[in-house]
Write a protein that binds this ligand. Structure first.
Ligand code: ZN
Length: 438
């Protein structure tokens, strides 16, 4: 019989007849009763499994043919198949077939609700079916399932245009607040075309030209920021010396209001070749960075390993016999924090950037790649917004740097007062929509 099924996979009419026969032979019931009609070398269990697989393949073929007739065949057969073992593949097949007609859609939803596996491929055809036949229930269904798996722009795009319709005319009964929840949760960027009426471009880099509110640079909940802090804390401050060092550092910062934490070691070495030799221009670069940040209205703190600093006179004298006094003079005028010998340099300035709200970290080091290899994407995205990068002006002038600030506004859904702001993916990266949900 399975050979027959295989031979007729492309012929729905014939297939139906074979499957129909198949179904009427109760292969799902007592295994031993019907062995006399079938002569197989396979064991009972394997044989039944094999036949089931063929039936399933046959039904898939019917569904793929996608004519009203083939789908009705598929549904007719499926309705006759009992599912005593709660076989997942049969259930998902039923969901798939039942979601293809208006009359059986509710059956499909019902089965889906009993399944342990929240597979997106199962649910999305249901959503499409609602959109097609019961548009007024479509958004409610989307909201009901939105926690089960990650949603993308493609999944929600039909509802976007509903926002622009008046409440009475909303085809899918989309509730803007709930839709924006979803967009925000999965960090979805909208795509063009979009309603002109709602879209705007940032003015002065961070202001909405519709509602005039300023958008934010970092949009994380307090809980998320707390999680990032604790994760960093448990990963890096796991020894007594480090815990003592972090306490001293926090005490030092607590008395001032620094808002840029500069990776001094990175600046000192950067762009002076890979010989790992600190050069005099390195100190001039520290000075230049400090002055530029100050002139931008920021309050920088440079962290530097103590072996390179004012506390290590013997080193400075030895390395820079003619210039060590100049170096001391430079360092004296900067806000410096010298990190102790036994500690890894990296974490001081990073920690400063994390514990200070609305602060920046300045470094060209790709520390994100190794230090945060254990962290989630969300953390990485967060750190990206903190980091100021720089370049030297030219190979000839390595003491002067060009500062590259991170974007003033974080590209993600942002609710400010009653206005939701959602970024639109585009080349210029500066288009958004603004929707009043009051
Ligand atoms: Zn706005």
């Amino acid at each position: 019989m399975d050979k027959e099924i295989l031979a007729n996979l492309d012929n729905p009419d014939e297939l139906f007849k074979i499957l129909d026969k198949c179904v009427k032979t109760p292969i799902y019931e007592d295994e031993n009763e019907h062995t006399d009609t079938l002569t197989y070398e396979l064991s009972e269990y394997d044989r039944n499994k094999r036949i089931r697989n063929h039936i399933h393949r046959g039904i898939y073929k019917l569904i793929d043919t996608n004519t009203p007739k083939s789908i009705n065949y598929a549904i007719t057969i499926l309705k006759q198949l009992e599912n005593k073992e709660e076989d997942y593949s049969l259930n998902s097949l039923k969901v798939r077939a039942y979601s293809m007609t208006k009359e059986t859609l509710e059956d499909a939803v019902e089965i889906t609700e009993t399944l342990p596996n929240t597979n997106k491929r199962l649910y999305m055809p249901l959503l499409s079916a609602y959109i097609k036949w019961f548009p007024e229930k479509a958004f409610a269904f989307l909201y009901q399932i939105h926690d089960l798996f990650v949603l993308s722009y493609e999944d929600i795009k039909v509802f976007i245009f509903d926002i622009d319709r008046t409440t009475r005319n909303k085809k899918f009964k989309t509730i803007p607040e709930q839709l924006f929840d979803i967009i925000s949760k999965y960090e979805i960027e909208l795509e063009k075309p979009i309603m002109k009426k709602l879209s705007f471009q940032l003015q002065n880099e961070d202001q909405c030209s519709k509602c005039m509110n300023k958008l934010n640079r970092i949009v994380l909940t307090r809980q998320e920021i707390y999680d990032i802090k604790s994760s960093f804390y448990t990963t890096y401050f796991n020894t007594k010396p480090r815990q003592n060092a972090v306490r001293s550092f926090e005490n030092f910062c607590g008395k001032r209001d620094f808002n840029v934490f500069v990776d001094g070691n990175n600046l000192l070495y950067y762009a002076d070749g890979h010989d790992k030799q600190v050069k005099f221009t390195g100190y001039l670069r520290l000075q230049n960075a400090y002055k530029q940040l100050k002139s931008m209205g920021l309050k920088p703190l440079i962290t530097l390993h103590e072996r390179h600093g004012a506390k290590n006179m013997s080193y400075l004298k030895k390395q820079f016999p003619k210039r060590y006094k100049i170096i001391l003079n430079i360092l004296k005028k900067l806000d410096m924090y010298y990190t102790p010998k036994s500690n890894n340099d990296d974490w001081f300035f990073i920690w400063g950037g994390i514990i200070t709200s609305n602060a920046y970290i300045m470094s060209n080091d790709k520390f994100r790649d190794h230090i945060f290899s254990v962290s989630e994407d969300k953390f990485k995205k967060y750190f990206k917004q903190l980091i100021i990068e720089y370049e030297v002006v030219s190979p000839k002038d390595r003491r002067t740097i060009v500062i590259k600030m991170p974007a003033k506004v974080t590209r993600c859904a942002q609710k400010i007062k009653n206005f939701w702001h959602i970024p639109i993916a585009s080349e210029q990266n500066d288009q958004w929509i603004c929707v009043n949900t009051a």
